[in-house]
Design a protein around this ligand. Structure first.
Ligand SMILES: C[S@@+](CC[C@H](N)C(=O)[O-])C[C@H]1O[C@@H](n2cnc3c(N)ncnc32)[C@H](O)[C@@H]1O
Length: 396
């Protein structure tokens, strides 16, 4: 006899003789309990797709909750299918990139990428509110053995805009000043490419007018701007053809409107997350973004208690940013071990409620510098196809 207790849970009664026999078989087959054996029998009669999720212990019930957020250990497509249409204010995510050197969690190949992403894109379009935004942080990748890049993230953008009907509200570039000078072969050995230090971040929406305000993300004014407030601009036409009046840019609005270049080193150390992973012997996620990346977009594009979703949540960085900014959130991640570490972000109430994000460093970006004196050292005729002997000068 069996009776439904609640969604997803049933009680089954066996006679004492049946139970004895099940115990014996379970033990003989190496199961630690009758329950485990019966569950495996049940899974074996489910369709193939369910079997994979069940074996990995994936679940459509949250495995962790805070007052504002829920974490699912699941394939994102399964959870997305359960969400209501037009219900999410911001999808903020960083999917696996199409890297040549694969991470442990698996990455689609560049030439397969759009096909892999398409079912997610369809769900994103369905669940996003008309006022909502879809923000995708996606890094580039190189072609195998060549000093040539793939264009998969641009193909994805074309797919999202041309085929899925999203609007490109704006493209952002995340410059990581701490990025190593790689690929070493092209950058530091043959010296035929420069340091690859930006990720693209696509900000998309279902309409041309997703809700947004740049007033929420103003930066400190530069010293030169502060001086201009004192002295004023020279009125008149600019080389660009724009005419500015004497006081057009004189008003101090409490901060500078940021450009679409986010300068942020990915060098977080000794965060609550990192300490928690170390204390609990858990691996740190190998491809995290700094919490200021999701925090920037959450602040600019959502209001308090709006719903933020990260379907490829990794170590729950987006969840942390949303929690600290007082937004509701959902994180989905298929690798349980990353969730286990990510939970450390919410263990202390002081961390959960801390709205003071690290400010990050400011950088002076050098303008392009030329070295005409090196003109007498001709460029490699073969474009660097062969290594020359003169390869020992390395800089980062
Ligand atoms: C680039 S990482 C995200 C890192 C995250 N932004 C952070 O700061 O920790 C991409 C993550 O997507 C997860 N993932 C890949 N396919 C998935 C799927 N179908 N459903 C859920 N998670 C998936 C991977 O396991 C990986 O942890």
């Amino acid at each position: 006899m069996s009776k439904m207790k609640e969604k997803g849970e049933i009680t089954v009664r066996f006679s004492p003789q049946e139970l004895r026999s099940l115990r014996k078989t379970a033990r003989a087959l190496g199961y630690s309990s009758v329950e485990e054996y019966v569950r495996s029998l049940a899974i074996s009669v489910l369709p193939e797709s369910y079997q994979t999720s069940a074996r990995n212990n994936l679940s459509l019930e949250p495995i962790y909750r805070t007052n504002l957020g829920s974490v699912y250990h699941a394939d994102a497509l399964d959870v997305l299918a359960t969400l209501e249409s037009n219900s999410v204010d911001l999808i903020m995510t960083s999917p696996p990139f199409a890297l040549l050197k694969k991470k442990d969690y698996g990455n689609a190949d560049a030439n397969e990428y759009v096909r892999w992403f398409a079912p997610f894109a369809r769900e994103f379009k369905r669940i996003l509110k008309p006022t909502g935004s879809l923000v995708i942080d996606i890094g580039g990748s190189w072609q195998k053995g060549l000093p040539v890049k793939t264009i998969y993230q641009y193909e994805l953008l074309v797919h999202l805009v041309k085929e899925m009907g999203f609007y490109l509200a704006q493209e952002f570039f995340w410059w990581n000043p701490a990025r190593l000078a790689t690929p070493a072969e092209w950058v530091t050995i043959r010296r035929i490419r420069v340091k690859d230090a930006v990720n693209t971040i696509w900000w998309l929406a279902k309409t041309p007018y997703p809700k947004a305000s740049n007033k929420r993300v103003l930066q400190p004014y530069s010293k030169s701007q502060l001086k201009l407030f004192e002295k004023g601009y020279n009125a008149g036409p600019r080389p660009s053809g724009h005419k500015i009046s004497s006081d057009a840019f004189r008003r101090n609005n409490g901060g500078a409107i940021p450009p679409n270049l986010l300068a942020l080193a990915n060098t977080e150390s000794n965060t609550a997350y990192q300490r928690y992973c170390k204390e609990n012997n858990l691996p740190q996620h190998p491809a995290r973004f700094p919490v200021l990346i999701p925090a920037f977009f959450i602040q600019m594009l959502t209001d308090s208690l709006d719903l933020v979703l990260d379907p490829f949540a990794g170590s729950l960085t987006t969840g942390e940013a949303a929690e600290r900014l007082g937004r509701r959130w959902i994180c989905i991640e298929k690798e349980r071990v990353y969730i286990e570490g990510g939970i450390g972000r919410f263990e202390h109430e002081s961390a959960r409620l801390n709205r003071n994000f690290p400010t990050g460093d400011s950088y002076n970006v050098a303008p392009p510098v030329l070295k005409p004196e090196l003109d007498n050292e001709p460029l490699p005729e073969d474009g660097g196809q062969r290594r020359t002997r003169n390869v020992e000068t390395r800089t980062s």
